[in-house]
Design a protein around this ligand. Structure first.
Ligand SMILES: [Zn+2]
Length: 137
């Protein structure tokens, strides 16, 4: 019997870290349909104290008073870059974060999602956004 798959079960898509125009990015090597769960953003839990103090780039608030640090080797979702018009979005039940496709994504495309206003204002705005929407190549 096939196991019961929840909406929050990542598909087994072939993903690869490659050079993008903003450094490294995460690309899909196969077509991904719209609305698919692609990958979980995993990390180690950090205290609120550290979350507030460090404001690290890989910190992800997954629920009220719960933050994870995604800067660990197993978390290849950390290579997904910000875009103001991303082809993915971060969703999840409390405590976990999954990356879903917002549209059909053809093989060879870089995965991106909108990191949200707080992150944008703190880390991206000061040096200017380099996403495809803000600075087309
Ligand atoms: Zn942008």
């Amino acid at each position: 019997m096939a196991g019961r798959r929840s909406k929050y079960t990542p598909g087994e898509y072939k993903l690869r870290v490659r050079r993008s125009h903003t450094g490294k990015g995460l690309f899909t090597e196969q077509d991904i349909p719209k609305g698919a769960c692609i990958i979980e953003y995993i990390g180690k839990p950090v205290s609120e104290e550290i979350a507030l103090r460090d404001a690290g780039k890989y910190l992800f608030g997954v629920a009220p008073n719960r933050t994870i640090d995604g800067n660990i080797p197993e978390n290849i979702a950390r290579y997904i870059n910000h875009s103001c018009a991303g082809n993915c979005e971060a969703l999840g039940p409390a405590g976990r974060i999954f990356i879903f496709s917002r549209k059909k994504i053809p093989a060879g495309t870089e995965l991106t999602y909108d990191y949200g206003k707080e992150y944008f204002d703190r880390h991206i705005k000061p040096r200017g956004c380099r996403c495809a929407k803000c600075s087309p190549v």
